[in-house]
Design a protein around this ligand. Sequence first.
Ligand code: SF4
Ligand code: SF4
Length: 501
Amino acid sequence: MDVRAQVSMVFHLDKCIGCHTCSIACKNIWTDRQGTEYMWWNNVETKPGTGFPVLWEDQKHYKGGWKVNGNGNGKKDLELLSQNKWDAFIKLFYNPNQPGLEDYYEPWTYKYQDLFDSPAGNDQPTAIPVSQITGEPMDIQAGPNWDDDLSGSNQYAANDINLDALSDEERAQLFEIEQISMFYLPRMCNHCANPSCVASCPSGALYKRGEDGIVLINQDLCRGWRACVAACPYKKIYYNWKTGKSEKCILCYPRLETGQPPACFQSCVGRIRYLGVLLYDAERVADAMKVPDEALVEAQRGAICNPFDEKVIAAAKKNGVSDEFIFAAQKSPVWKYVMEWKLALPLHIEYRTMPMLFYVPPLLPVMGKSENGKYEHLSENFFSGLENARVPVKYLAKLFSAGNVELIEASLKKIMAVRHYKRSLELGDFDIKLVNKIMREADLSPTQAEEIYSLTTLATPYERFVLPPIQREEAMSPTCSPEVCKGCEGFGCDEVPHRGP
Ligand code: SF4
Ligand code: SF4
C-alpha cells in the first residue's frame, strides 16, 4: 500500500447559479497578466453546451487522456492518446490535435479612451473592440462562455457531444422550447491521480506534489513544448504566448499553505464547493484506470482509502502524511460526499486520468405538484420522475459516470429522498409511510438524510473547508526517502528543483 494525501473538491451542482464569481476571483489573482488574457483556470459552462475551449470533450479530435492497450503478454497498458513513443518527438513540432486560438478566442478589450476623447457630435461615442494581441480593431466571433445560458439553442447546445447518448426523440424533447432545461458546470484542473499532462511532458516540468497531490508546472523547467496542452483531456493547461511557458490552476497553493481556501472557493456565491483531504493508494491507480468504462467509478472508489482504517493510517504515516492531514481526511466533506454517501462523481472518468475533483449531479426531474396547499408526487412509482428528468439521466451518465446510468440514478434517488424526508418533517404534507419507502429504496437512513441535508444546506465555511495549513518545510515526498532512494535526483530531492516522480 502506497497511501498518499490528495486535496480534493466537491461541486454541488444543484447550488451553482452560474454567476461566474469564481472565474473572476481566479482571474483577478492569477491570470490578469499579458499572455494570460484567454486563460480561464476556472470557468463555468452551461450544459448542454459546447464549453471552453469549444467542444473540449471531443477526444476524437483533441486526443487527450489515456487509452487501454494490450501489451502482447495478455496484460493491459495505458498509453497516451496524444502521443506514443514513436511520434512524441515529431508532435513537438507539429501536432494537428493541438487546440488553436480559434478554439479558445482572440482576447480583446475596448478602446475606452475614445469615450472621453471623441469630439462633441450628434452621436454617442462608442468604444470599439480591439485585439489584446495585435491592438488592431477586430470583429468578435467568439469569446469565453459564448454559449452561456443558451441551452436549447440549436446553434450551440445541439453540438454537445454528450447528447450522443440520447435517442432522436429524447433530443427533440430536450430542445423543445417549453422543456428547455440547463445546469452549470464549473470546471478547473482536476489534479488527477493519473495525470496525462505529467506523463506527456518531455522536459519533466510537470509534477504532482507529494504532500497534497496538487499538479504544478515548474516554470524554470518548462520549455513551452505544449505536449501537456494536447494531453490534458480537460484542456486545463494553457500556453502563455508572452513567456513561452505553459500554465495551469495551482489550486491556490500559496493560500492553502497559510490555511486559506482557494479564491474560487472563498468567493463562491452558491457555496457549492467543498474542499478536503482524500487518502488514496497510489499502487492501485494504474490498474483502476484499465477497467472497462462502466466500472471506472467503482475502481476509483476502490483506490480511495478509508481514513479510519488503522492499516491505512500506518501506511500514510510511513509516507510522511502528517497527523493533521489524517485527521482532516477523517473530517473531510469530500470523503462524505464521494465515499460515505456516494453522491459525488468524477467528470469524464473515461479519460482515465483519475480526476480527483467530484460533482454532485444536478437534480432536474419533475417530482410533483402542489394543489390546494397539498403536495402530490406525480406518479405511483416515486422514482419514475427520474425517467422524465428534464435533463435525461443518460446525458448526466455521459458526463459523470462514463455512461453508467445506475450510478447517477443512485445519487439522484438519494437527493430526492432527502428532499422529501425533510419536507415530510417540516411541512407534514407528505405521507410518512411513503417517505419511509422512498428512503429504503434510496438506501438511506434518517441519520444519513439529516447529515446530507446539514452539509448541503447549513454548513459553515469551516465545515465546507477542512484542511490544516500545509507545512511545506515539513513536506516529504512519498516517492523519495533515504530508504527508497534510487539516486535519480528526482522529485523531492534537494539537489535539483522538484520534478515529477
Ligand atoms: S485536469 Fe489537470 S491534472 Fe488532470 S490531466 Fe488536465 S492539467 Fe493534468
Ligand atoms: S461562484 Fe459558485 S455559484 Fe457562482 S458560478 Fe462559480 S461555482 Fe457557481
